[in-house]
Design a protein. Structure first.
Length: 343
């Protein structure tokens, strides 16, 4: 009974009976920040509070939330994955290449002529190999996860550049190629948003209702204690890296569909954006603390911020400065709130 209680404390950051967990507290605080930011933006940004702007905001966060799920799980377990940006580019280019009409000639206008479903499935399968490489380097070779995954990011983007020949593949694509990214249900809400919602729900169920989800928190809290308690840490972390690569591949396929092209530049900087929104939402970079909910909240905070400064006419360089300052303030406020609560 004592051991069970201890596990729950590690997972939730509980500070005592009758009090909500630290994770729930942080979620409430950051949701409050999100609501406040939305209200402020609605008041000071012209035409912010309308259907098109809000639906655009939701649609624009789909990709970052999808890859953020994998990033969050790995952060909770105490590891990083910086390879996702390269995998996005690799997936986009490979899916386009596999789907392009086979014209029997060399060049960017000819591919393998596969059906779109087969092309997408094969793309995900190939991209999962990057996850296996990450797992091998980090788990088996004990290379620091940041260093190992930066290397595989370069590897994946290099493959994308080779296949795309430094440009993009957009000729001879089948009509169904653009359906995921361009077919809308309501305003600008598209299939990608539906995929994002499904993946978030599945991720939350895994996080909160499964043994695997509990193990992730225990590994992040103390990997050696988790190993001694019988958890196969290497296996669990390897599965997380493979899952992160698969999610990045799905994101790449979505982006290729949105632009109806496979471009080797897709996903540039997404590894950092995913890390920022995950930490901004409340997930700890030290492991053992966080949630997929943090990813969603952090993504919309960053999305509202970027949309607002853009609509207010700020220059791109000034947008970065404003965004950076607000993110720093939000993270400091988050740390202050949790320190006051712990004290």
């Amino acid at each position: 009974m004592i051991e069970k209680t201890r596990k729950e404390e590690l997972k939730t950051g509980s500070l005592g009976e009758g009090r909500i967990s630290n994770l729930t507290f942080i979620n409430i605080v950051m949701i409050g920040v999100l609501v406040a930011l939305f209200i402020v933006a609605s008041l000071i940004v012209p035409n912010f509070f309308n259907i098109n702007t809000v639906s655009n905001l939701i649609a624009q966060q789909a990709e970052i939330i999808i890859i953020g799920i994998g990033i969050a799980y790995l952060l909770i377990s105490g590891y990083f994955d910086m390879s996702v940006g390269g995998i996005i580019a690799m997936a986009a280019v490979l899916c386009a290449y596999f789907s392009q009409e086979n014209r029997g000639i060399e060049g960017l206008s000819s591919g393998l002529g596969m059906s779109y479903g087969v092309a997408a499935a094969l793309t995900v399968l190939i991209c999962s190999i990057i996850g296996l490489i990450n797992a091998f380097l980090v788990v088996k070779m004990n290379i620091a996860s940041v260093i190992a995954t930066l290397a595989t990011m370069a590897l994946a983007r290099g493959v994308a550049l080779i296949v795309a020949r430094g440009a993009q593949r957009n000729a001879g694509l089948p009509p169904e190629f653009k359906q995921i990214g361009q077919h809308t249900f309501f305003a600008t809400i598209n299939v990608a948003v539906l995929i994002m919602v499904i993946l978030v729900i599945v991720a939350l169920i895994i996080e909160r209702k499964t043994v695997f989800g509990r193990r992730i928190f225990l590994i992040g809290a103390n990997s050696e204690a988790a190993r001694l308690s019988g958890i196969k840490v290497s296996r669990e972390v390897s599965l997380l890296y493979i899952a992160s690569s698969i999610l990045a591949a799905i994101t790449g396929i979505i982006m290729a569909s949105k632009f109806n092209a496979g471009n080797a530049a897709f996903g540039t900087g997404y590894e950092f954006d995913a890390l920022v929104v995950t930490v901004l939402g409340g997930t700890s970079i030290f492991g053992g603390f966080g949630s997929v909910t943090c990813v969603v909240v952090g993504a919309f905070i960053l999305g509202i911020l970027k949309t607002s400064v853009n609509m207010l006419g700020f220059q791109p360089d000034l947008q970065l400065v404003v965004s950076g300052v607000v993110i720093i303030i939000a993270i400091l406020a988050q740390r202050y709130a949790i320190n006051r609560r712990s004290g």
